[in-house]
Structure formats: C-alpha cells, structure tokens
Design a protein around this ligand. Structure first.
Ligand code: PEP
Ligand code: MN
Length: 349
C-alpha cells in the first residue's frame, strides 16, 4: 500500500501515520520524492485497507498494491484448485456440466428431468428447493420436501446434487441433503450466510452478485474460506446493465480469464440465468468454454411452458443433448476432458 501525502502536510502528521503503520504490524518506508512524500507500507497481508489510512489528516490518497483478499488469490496459492465431489472434479482440465430444472416442482417432474440430464451426460443435477423470487406471489420452492426429492433423484441417477441455501437455517437442511451448496446471486454478500457456509465442509458454488465487482466476489469467497472451507467454486451468471430488453443480464465472459489470473478457484458459467432466453443459451455455453470456463450450469425442463420458474430460459432435454455433443467437440479441441453423452445410447441419428 502506498500512502501519498498532501503537498502541505505537516511532519507531525507523517510521523503519526508512521507510528500507526508500525502499530498495525507493518513496516513504514518513507520516500521523500521530488514533489511528494509517500509511505510504502510493507508487510500488509490484506488485513489493512486503503480506508484505514485515507481518514488521517495530511493524506491525499492511498493506493492499494496488495489485493483485498488472501485465500482465494494466486499470491496465496499459485496452482489451480481441484474440488472433487462424488467422483466429479471441478478445476484443472476437467469440464463439468451441471443441469436440471430451475426449481424442484414435484417428484415426477424432478425425476423425469434428472434422468434426461443423466442420459445427456451431465455430471451434476441442479434444482432449487428454496427459491429467491423477486415477487412474493411467485412460486417459492418446496423447501425441505424439495430437498428430499432431490436426494431421491440423486440416488436414482447417481448424480451429485447442487441446490441453493438462502439463509443460515436453510443452510443446515441443504447441507444435510445436497452434495454442493449453492449461494445465489442475491445472497453473494449475505455475510452471515457466507460465514456459516465457511463452517461446513461441503463445496460451495458461489454465484456472482448481479452488481458485484470481481474483487467483491473474491472477497465474498474469502468469507467462506476464512471459516475453514476452502472448497469454493465461482459461477459467473451475468451482471445488470442498461439493456434488459433482449437479454436478462449481461454475461461477463471476460470475468472468466480475469478470475483465472487472480484466483486458483474453479470458475464455471451459467448461460441460462445470464441470458434468460433459451435461444441464446447454446451460443453462450459454447462461448463460455472458449473463454476457459471449467464448467457450465444449465436450466433444463421437459415442459418449459409449465415450468413454475424461469421456463423461458430452460433447454428442452433434446436441445441439451444436442448442445452436449457440441460442447464435447469444443472440449476436445481445447484439449480438455468432459463426460458428455455416450455415443452408444444417445448419438443423434
Ligand atoms: C438459480 O441458479 O436458480 C438462481 C436463482 O440463480 P441466480 O442466483 O444466479 O439468479
Ligand atoms: Mn432460475
């Protein structure tokens, strides 16, 4: 961190900050330049931020040099993290496909779709039991009953399950039934929830807040990791912008390589929630792999017109299968592995 002093600062103001920097366990290197005096703060491990020093008299500006997070960063761990759950590995060169309905609506609906996504070669089943809905009048999810249905679907298909927890109470239930805990966009900065998830040992799929910067997102990951749970998977799902007429959100694909430079955590993309329209999902899924994503999360429904949540962005299982073949071809072109559909059972005729 570099503390830059005002031209007319007093020497006593400078000395006060030198003492403050040392009190915080860091070294203060005073540099008296031609025009400006600065203090180079050495030994800051992200505990102290620019705001800790901006508030002092005599300070003009403070420039952060170290990143505002530690554990998710490449400075802390240079090699890619691999997170394995029930034989499925996120990270490295392996591509993971998560697919399933936006919401668990009934046992029949979930089992049907679970079998369809398994046949298409998905690695993980998704489905929301607790749904964060903008309107209180919309379908809110089946809660614990939904979790029981997901568990059944997981046993029938052998697929691990990811589902969302919205609050610390729901988190306990989700932890009991699910293999991966999802923290959704609206809760990316629910610090209580993040702290609680940090106490668990199941992987957490942390979706990007719809207006979160990349640093804020990694700082949210730090809340979980700081509690002792290092298994965080990041999921880009689009951010809010000014034009929501044609796409639900703006899919920030550049965030994928940016994150991979900054962090060792696996990064996946959800083109369904990013676009909100099924006809856009395929292109964005393919583009996500091109951008280097280590996985994709897709909404799938076999009766999208009847879906109780996000039907417009759900792929029909036929479209999923078609997309899986394309993803598989791209994966192999990129030198990556992917399960995908099996030729014997599902090769299109
Ligand atoms: C979801 O994946 O079901 C969901 C609600 O997504 P997001 O939190 O990204 O809106
Ligand atoms: Mn949804």
């Amino acid at each position: 961190m570099l503390i830059i002093f005002k031209k007319d600062h007093a020497e006593t103001q400078l000395q006060k900050i030198v003492a403050e920097v040392q009190r915080r366990g860091c070294q203060a290197l005073v540099v008296r330049g031609l025009f400006r005096v600065t203090i180079n703060v050495i030994g800051n491990d992200a505990r102290w931020s620019a705001d800790d020093f901006k508030k002092f008299e005599g300070v003009e500006n403070v420039v952060a040099v170290t990143r505002p997070y530690i554990l998710p960063g490449r400075d802390f761990q240079s090699e890619d993290s691999e997170i394995t759950v029930n034989g499925v590995t996120f990270g490295g060169t392996r591509l993971v496909v998560i697919a399933g309905p936006c919401a668990v609506e009934s046992e029949e609906q979930t089992l049907r779709i679970a079998l369809a996504v398994q046949r298409a070669g998905a690695d993980v089943l998704r489905g929301g039991a607790y749904k964060p809905r903008t309107s209180v009048f919309s379908f809110q999810g089946l809660a614990e009953e939904g979790l029981r249905i997901l568990k059944k679907a997981s046993e029938k298909t052998g697929l691990p399950v990811v589902t969302e927890a919205m609050d610390p109470a729901g988190l306990e239930a989700v932890n009991e039934y699910a293999d991966i805990i999802q923290i959704g966009s609206r809760n990316m900065q629910n610090f209580d929830l993040l702290r609680q998830a940090g106490k668990l040992r199941k992987p957490v799929l942390l979706k990007r807040g719809m207006s979160a910067s990349i640093d804020e997102w990694l700082q949210a990951a730090e809340y979980i990791m700081n509690g002792g749970n290092e298994k965080v998977i990041l999921c880009e799902r689009g951010i809010r912008s000014f034009d929501s007429q044609h796409t639900r959100n703006v899919l920030d694909l550049a965030a994928v390589p940016v994150l991979q430079r900054l962090s060792h955590l696996p990064v996946i993309v959800d083109p369904s929630h990013a676009t909100g329209r099924r006809e856009l999902v395929e292109s964005m899924a393919l583009a996500s792999l091109g951008a280097g994503a280590q996985g994709i999360m897709l909404d799938v429904h076999d009766e999208p017109e009847k879906a109780l949540c996000d039907g417009a962005q759900a792929l029909h299982p036929r479209a999923l299968l078609d997309l899986m073949w394309k993803l598989k071809r791209i994966a192999s072109g990129l030198g990556k592995e992917m399960s995908g559909p099996s030729a014997i059972r599902t090769q299109p005729v």
